[in-house]
Design a protein around this ligand. Structure first.
Ligand code: ZN
Length: 326
């Protein structure tokens, strides 16, 4: 797939994460010419917005000075209105009032500015430069601190009515399950995200006096990957949490495959890196999905893009794609 801007002109991508902001100049073939990482102050809505504006000002002043920019793309956590260029809300980033971010940036740099949800942005990076390059229809599933997906159908990102399509983290996989921060209960994010798995471990530690997870917690290395590893080594609590996470993901993937009939499931984010875990999900889907949908599904795989760069690449894709006008 080609961009109308061509490959030779660099855009600036801004990836806004929970703890840092990554800004880079990116060519149309996905080459990152230069990038810089900034810290994020999210103590208030004003602090969050200032962090983004100040980081961009520094990047444009020091790392990419004097460049005539064709466009800037910004990937953000939370709910976004890409058509109006507005950051609607984000609990994690303390955004409770809508921020006209595209407008704020555009008046400073005089070029088109595109904003979208970070998982939608990463999905575009997958479509243009990653595992989705040869696929017209795929679902990109991001499993990190939270869980969300980007749906591509006929080579277009499916946004839904309000750009909220893909919130699979709140798909109910345990109807009688624990309360979720969204206000409902039994959500996939509770059982299978990095944050959810760590919370489950902490809650249940008392009942497993010999679990190695206690030691991991004391050493500050309790994570989804250490839990999966301990499960393989036979730790009972770790096995219970890992089993529940994989079952929840399995149920969600079967529902996704039956609902959307994708050609590929592509996993991104920090949690599901192991080939073995992905093979488990592939097996689960092949056992429980409908025969026709199963036949359509050609591959279940990890993203081919680097975990620490996909956000920046995605943000750049927003600028190249120029799908929305604000
Ligand atoms: Zn929920």
């Amino acid at each position: 797939m080609n961009f109308s801007l061509g490959s030779e002109r660099a855009v600036v991508g801004v990836d806004v994460g929970g703890t840092k902001i990554e800004i880079g100049a990116v060519l149309g073939d996905g080459t990152v010419l230069c990038s810089k990482r900034y810290s994020m102050d999210r103590s208030s809505q004003e602090a969050t917005v200032s962090s983004v504006i100040d980081a961009l000002r520094d990047f444009m002043g020091t790392t990419w000075p004097g460049a005539k920019l064709p466009a800037i793309g910004i990937g953000l956590p939370g709910d976004i209105d890409p058509q109006r260029g507005v950051w609607l809300r984000s609990l994690n980033m303390r955004i409770s009032q809508p921020v006209e971010l595209a407008h704020l940036v555009r008046v400073q740099y005089g070029c088109p500015v595109f904003v979208d949800n970070d998982v939608h942005a990463a999905t575009l990076a997958e479509l243009y430069w990653g595992a989705g390059r040869d696929s017209e229809s795929f679902v990109y599933v991001n499993i990190g601190t939270g869980i969300a997906a980007g749906i591509v159908s006929n080579a277009r990102l499916l946004r839904g009515t309000s750009n909220f399509a893909g919130e699979i983290g709140h798909m109910v996989v345990e109807p009688e399950g624990e309360p979720c921060h969204c206000g409902h209960a039994g959500c996939l994010e509770n059982v299978a995200s990095g944050g959810g798995m760590i919370q489950s471990a902490i809650k249940q530690m008392e009942r497993y006096p010999h679990t190695v997870l206690r030691q991991f917690r004391e050493e500050d290395r309790l994570s989804s990957s250490t839990i999966f590893r301990a499960a393989e080594d036979g730790d009972e609590l770790a096995a219970a949490i890992a089993g529940r996470a994989l079952r929840g993901l399995g149920i969600a993937m079967v529902n996704i495959v039956n609902l959307l009939d994708p050609e590929q499931l592509i996993f991104g984010g920090g949690v599901l890196r192991s080939r073995k875990l992905i093979a488990y999900l592939e097996e689960y889907v092949s056992r429980y999905a409908l025969a026709g949908n199963r036949a359509s599904l050609k591959s279940v795989r990890a993203s081919s893009l680097p975990v620490d760069q996909v956000g920046l690449l995605g943000a750049a894709c927003l600028a190249f794609n120029q799908e929305e006008v604000n």
